[in-house]
Design a protein around this ligand. Structure first.
Ligand code: 5AD
Length: 432
């Protein structure tokens, strides 16, 4: 099972290599000391993660060649932009034209698009976002795996089902061996090349223990590791980077400092942002974003969330709807309409057309069973599959009835690949 096809190293300069995929060139950071021009490699998230023998690479590529071009052609057909101005007001049309030309939009212009309400205009917005996605990033779609290794958390985030105030939840903590087994299965059996290790801020997993786990994983497998363990501290971030982690998934949740304070009593947005900035400076790939429709959020906040994610150099934007959890203070609140979620993904694409990976989150999939297809056709190009062992998943209840909760890994992979194929997308992550 391959999530990334091999590419051939065409050129090397300092930290970067240029990789050829059937004539398409991508750049990636190389940390392998013995890499040479002509070698075949796998890249993930813009990092070379593994070299592979030429013969093996050629045989994989020969299987892929036809499919590769077929998928691209299908994507091209599906992402054509046909700007008919029926029912679209002049201002909207002008802004969408400007976006389609990849000219930067001002905050006010993005705000206008983010808040489109007319169905026809929205459909044009999604098409423009999808057009831009293909124009700048092609048909590749990231498929990362996520392992949720501990549901213990001392924090009190108002929206979150695993935060400390939910005393009804049965908690679990995987052992180091259980984590390695889950990683082995994801990488060896299912072919994942990028994994997110996620947990609450569990004091039983301080940075040195996490660093040991990451080192062991890196010894076992060439894969890209993202950590998602909350605020581990700046020193902690450094320790985990040195151990081999190369990505951080840490949402700032909301860009509004007062709202942040309300939702996280005793904690500050500044500290969150300081982590994200420090992580970026250290060289981490950043995945960040926030909650869509969390109580107290205004439309302005939503725009500022997108702008903050961009300012923080997100390589992947993670915006998903708030879903009320019965064991939290926000139990009786409601989920944002699907259109608001899609408008957010599309506006994020337009705000960062040529760089962003935009995730269709599991929370969106929980709110709407067709979220993946809708999101991928509105500017998104990323999904995450839950590769946590099934026996633990139920207890990682950040919100109820999570999509795919009871789906085995092979079933998730099959449905994902079928969907991607149907949309002309290649389940690959081919670098920067
Ligand atoms: N609804 C949607 N997303 C949630 N998260 C936590 N609780 C909820 C909820 N009720 C998200 C947070 C966190 C991520 C791990 O899960 O944004 O960053």
């Amino acid at each position: 099972m391959c999530y990334a096809i091999p590419g051939r190293v065409e050129a090397m300069d300092e930290r970067f290599v240029t990789v050829d995929y059937f004539g398409e060139k991508k750049r990636a950071i190389n940390e392998l000391s013995d890499l040479r021009i002509g070698d075949y490699i796998y890249a993930q998230g813009g990092y070379v993660i593994q070299a592979l023998p030429e013969q093996e690479a050629r045989s994989i590529l020969s299987v892929w060649k036809e499919t590769f071009f077929e998928l691209q052609e299908m994507d091209l057909q599906l992402s054509r932009l046909d700007m008919k101005d029926r029912g679209v007001d002049k201002k909207t049309l002008r802004l969408l034209d400007k976006a389609a030309e990849s000219r930067p939009l001002s905050g006010e212009e993005l705000y206008h698009l983010l808040n489109l309400e007319n169905d026809h205009e929205r459909s044009m917005l999604y098409k423009t976002a999808n057009f831009l996605r293909r124009k700048h990033l092609g048909n590749s779609c990231c498929v990362h795996g996520i392992i949720e290794f501990s549901s213990y958390c001392p924090r009190n985030c108002f929206y979150c089902g695993i935060s400390a105030h939910n005393n009804k939840l049965a908690r679990y903590r995987m052992t180091d061996e259980e984590i390695y087994a889950a990683v082995d299965e994801a990488v060896e059996k299912h072919g994942f090349q990028a994994l997110v290790l996620q947990s609450g801020e569990d004091p039983e997993f301080p940075a040195p223990r996490l660093a040991g786990i990451i080192c062991e994983i890196k010894l076992r497998h060439p894969c890209l590791i993202f950590i998602s363990v909350g605020e581990i501290g700046i020193d902690g971030l450094r320790e985990l980077y040195d151990a081999g982690a190369r990505g951080v998934l840490l949402r700032f949740e909301t860009s509004n400092p007062e709202l942040y304070q309300t939702l996280h009593p005793g904690y500050s947005l500044d500290s969150r942002i300081a982590h994200l900035k420090a992580a970026y400076e250290m060289g981490y790939l950043i995945i960040t974003g926030g909650l869509i429709g969390v109580p107290g959020q205004t439309k302005r906040d939503m725009l500022n969330d997108i702008l903050l994610a961009r300012e923080l150099h997100s390589e992947m934007y993670s915006f998903g709807p708030f879903i009320p959890h019965p064991g939290t203070p926000l139990a009786d609140k409601t989920v944002a309409p699907v259109e608001q979620i899609l408008n957010t993904l599309a506006a994020a694409r337009i705000a960062d057309p040529d760089n962003a990976k935009i995730l269709v989150t599991t929370s969106f999939e929980t709110a709407d069973p067709e979220a993946r297809e809708k999101g991928l056709m509105a500017g998104a190009n990323s999904v995450m599959l839950n590769v946590t062992p099934e026996r633990f998943r139920e207890c990682y209840e950040i919100y109820p009835n999570r999509a795919h909760l009871h789906e085995s890994i092979p079933v998730q992979i099959e449905t994902t690949l079928n969907l991607l194929r149907g949309l002309g997308r290649a389940p690959t992550d081919l670098g920067v």
